[in-house]
Design a protein around this ligand. Sequence first.
Ligand SMILES: C[S@@+](CC[C@H](N)C(=O)[O-])C[C@H]1O[C@@H](n2cnc3c(N)ncnc32)[C@H](O)[C@@H]1O
Length: 384
Amino acid sequence: MPPMMPQADRRGLAVRLAERIAREGPLDFAEFMRACLYDPDAGYYAAGSSPFGAGGDFITAPELTPLFGRSLARLLAPALKRLRRPLLRELGPGSGALIAALLPALEALEALPERVELVEPSRARREEQRARLAALPASLAARLVWTERPELTTAEGVVVANEVLDALPVRRFLLSEEGLFALAVDFDGRRFRWRPVPADSALARAVEDLLARLPEPLPRPYTSELCPGLADFLRIALAGIEKGAALFIDYGYPRREYYHPLRRMGTLVAHRGHRPSPDPLSDPGAQDLSAFVDFSALAEALEALDWAPVGFLSQAECLIGAGLLEELAALPARGGEYHAAAAAVKRLILPGEMGERFRVLLAAREMSAPFPQWPGAAAGLERL
Ligand SMILES: C[S@@+](CC[C@H](N)C(=O)[O-])C[C@H]1O[C@@H](n2cnc3c(N)ncnc32)[C@H](O)[C@@H]1O
């Protein structure tokens, strides 16, 4: 009897994935994740309604409060003022909330970039961003340009990415007593299931390289992730910027914490309706999939592209250093706006919330001290 396929009318993506697996055999998880997030017709980020904010599946820092963007404006203003006709490039701008807060604040700090490039592969998200940013004053809106892929023309500029690297497809591996396996995705006629398959040579090399860099051997069985597309993503994301600064904010760890012997099930998470969802393989395209970021790998990939990591901090350290609390104090103390902002600030900086789990990597190219707020930020790089 042929396997029972999911209903095509409701679950076109699941049907296509199941058919592909029936034809080609188990699908590497990175391919499955890419389809779930970015399939042009049904991918989580590519298709229809917005996943961001209270009505979506998760709330990111810029969605929580405009004070996040205003603090980043304070952080980026010194570098933007020193650059010639600067470009501000945001990778994966989501709903547009960060730019909506950042640009007016940069204007107030007299550090407006000449051009603002929003790099967004998804058409639905680009439309969402356009609608949101239409509310900006015309003098600011005129600076915005959208692109699926950054332009190669050379420029001086600043690059910002909040919660983008965690959305890059990852490969999953299993180290067991029997050897190294790739965790692929199979379809049993009813559900998608994990299927270990012998590691191919690219995965074997990558895991061997990883193990050589860890301070202690990993226990077995041990499952985790690698992001093979990181270097390519950065090469494209930073293209054309010959002088400037970059800021990556995400949940993640330095390598030795990421691949800690106790973290035996990796960092892959699925989210739906503001809750972690138990099965990352269920309902392709209907739930968010993400993995924590290996900040040591990020720093090395930046160095390989001639970008120098200049600081590594927790989100709390970064935002407090940038002036988040001063931004809060500047709000009228009695209004509802103040109370909402104070609650959001707590979420951004408390260690049990986003304050410690989210980390910030600062980088520079051909520019000394682009972030003068943290003369000591480079000390954090020793942890990578
Ligand atoms: C978790 S959301 C974060 C959105 C936003 N930065 C925020 O903080 O609210 C990830 C975003 O990255 C975008 N994205 C995914 N791959 C990308 C790529 N290769 N280049 C630029 N953006 C990408 C997705 O479309 C999505 O808008």
